[in-house]
Ligand binder design. Sequence first.
Ligand code: NAP
Length: 553
Amino acid sequence: MPTQNTRLLLSRIGKVCVAITGSTAAEIVEKTAVVVKDNPFIEIRLDYLDQPLLSLPVLKTFLSENAAVTAIATCRRQSNGGRFPGSLAEERDILCQAALCGFKMIDLELESAEAFKQADLQKIRDTSVPLLVSYHDFTSTQDLQHVYDRILKFEPDFIKIVPTAKTLSDNITLIRFLERVSASSNIIAICMGAPGIISRVLGVRAGSAFTFAAATVGEETAPGQIDARTLYETYRIDEVDAATKVYGVAGNPVQHSLSPLMLNTAFRRETLNAVYLGLQTAKISDLLKLVHEIPIQGLSITLPFKQEIMPHLERTDPISEKVGACNTLLRGHDGKLYGFNTDVAGVIGPLEKRISLKGSKVLVLGAGGAARAAVFGLRDKGADVFILNRTHETAQKLAKQSNSKALKKDALPKGQYDVIVNATSVGMAGTKGIPLLGPDDLRAALVFDLVYNPVDTHLLRMARQQNIPVITGVEMFVQQGARQFEIWTGKPAPEEEMLRVVIHALRQHANAAAASHTPETPSVRFDSKMRSTIPPEGTKDSAVRVAKRVKAS
Ligand code: NAP
């Protein structure tokens, strides 16, 4: 039976508890003061403090002055995955003291609870502050019921079980577990790790009493943790319910994909009860299991599954058959999966806005997945296509399949092209490689670089220097996503809004990378010209203007 304190607590808390860290009490107070303006339910990680016990009076003052704040006290020891280097007895004393300082819940890890003598546990219980007993598995998702039974022995007010998802299927294990036990206890369960993102968003609707979030990006207290703003604004955690349709991007890796931002923004804009998640997996069988169990209504498919997914589909559209790959899955009313290729529209759409492709002369650089979409799409529209690739044999194969021409660089026709399309990964952030064409080779009326990170690639800069109009890869990215949205929802996609958020995110990445000077950070270079093309957020028609200016720049 829940105590009165627990019932009161449950009535005060929301779906999201924000974890706050800091090495001094002043730092924690400063961060907490900002967070609680939007989210008064927090966890203070006392184990991150240099001197937890000495910091408590300052935290007490803060909590007494901010009565609306509900704070959990956590002081996890190093041996249990936390940062507290002290002894079991010191942990007990800090938690008991925290209970006297206005904390509304005490988090005690299962390993400590099991190591305590009865009298130690009684000391914590005597505080009358609701007790949460937690368990973290930093490597895998094992028998959750077994952990639950171990915790139940302590009759806590709240039970927290946090395993690590190695596969998408681990989320299914966790969700089924939550559905089973949530009626009989106040359970909080989440999977850590990149494949566990689903559990962070869908766990609450499966019965988790709440979920955890980082205060900001970079302040995560667990692998895979999402920052509070993203959880509310992108994933709309407050609105996810039993009727929410689930979509996602499946691939490996997908952690830095901008698709969740773009498509959740579109769902929100169109007030659709739908959420779009990153589904990171190494195996297609793992993905298929998730798709059927959750169930998932539609998927974006990215590397390395665009071809591998094909035999698992009931049917695909004709262009996917030609390209031999699909990037979009729709779950039909019959529960079966249907495949589409919107990469082709992502290349052709932006080009057709500018030129007539019938009879045009197009040079495609590359012969991989993106090049295949470009070549088949262009051939379908009646363009004359030339293919240049680092590995000539691959170009020859694609040319044969698509009835186009594979050329070596020294055999390129000397005349003018209508368009040059870069579909190699050269120029992409984090990759090295020499562009297949130099400045003298850019004899074209239009240059389209499919690489979108960075927005402003070396190839596009070369083209601009010669006053050749360009199309950035962002336009393809938004177009292929917009077509996916339309396939899934049957509604026109809010393209302007989708473009705006993608450009805004790329700008933020670029600025963060520039500030940190770390080449490993996913980076986008944003020069001053590009920055000036972006109007303030929310400006009506802003993205159309952005597109036009990006086009012109
Ligand atoms: P992929 O299948 O791996 O193909 C990579 C292509 O790049 C191959 O033709 C490869 O040539 C060539 N390449 C790789 N490294 C090279 C180097 N150092 N020098 C010369 N050529 C090199 O990849 P993909 O899926 O086609 O993607 C290609 C690019 O398109 C990526 O940058 C991706 O970001 C971009 N893309 C953008 C969008 C969008 O929405 N804007 C969508 C899809 C893809 P070999 O055959 O010799 O290996």
